[in-house]
Design a protein. Structure first.
Length: 119
């Protein structure tokens, strides 16, 4: 299973960015997809996650500013980030919990994409 992430970059405070991630490979079904982030000197944290039934979790600090969406048919997840703040600066990682067989389930990660919010 491979996760291909795109998006990210440099944006001024108050600006917007969109991250996208597509999963491919031997996929039976995807239980959950989402995004983590890791800022310099900090632990990786879960930003958002969408389960297969559409239930969505958001980190408190991004609620009302970030919107996650998922396309189950295409095995993709996107993250629209609005009203970005300098504290959102981090490397963002796409994550998916994937069933690859009747009894095989695992967590997969995309390569990180850097989001920098700075004037």
């Amino acid at each position: 299973v491979q996760l291909q992430a795109s998006g990210g970059g440099l944006v001024q405070p108050g600006g917007s960015l969109r991250l996208s991630c597509a999963a491919s490979g031997s996929i039976f079904n995807i239980n959950a997809m989402g995004w983590y982030r890791q800022a310099p000197g900090k632990q990786r944290e879960l930003v958002t996650q969408i389960t297969s039934d559409g239930s969505t979790y958001y980190l408190d600090s991004v609620k009302g500013r970030f919107t996650a969406s998922r396309d189950n048919a295409k095995n993709t997840v996107s993250l629209q980030m609005d009203s970005l703040k300098p504290e959102d600066t981090a490397v963002y990682y796409c994550n998916a919990n994937v069933r690859t067989g009747w009894y095989e389930v695992g967590d997969y990660w995309g390569r990180g994409t850097l989001v920098t919010v700075s004037s």
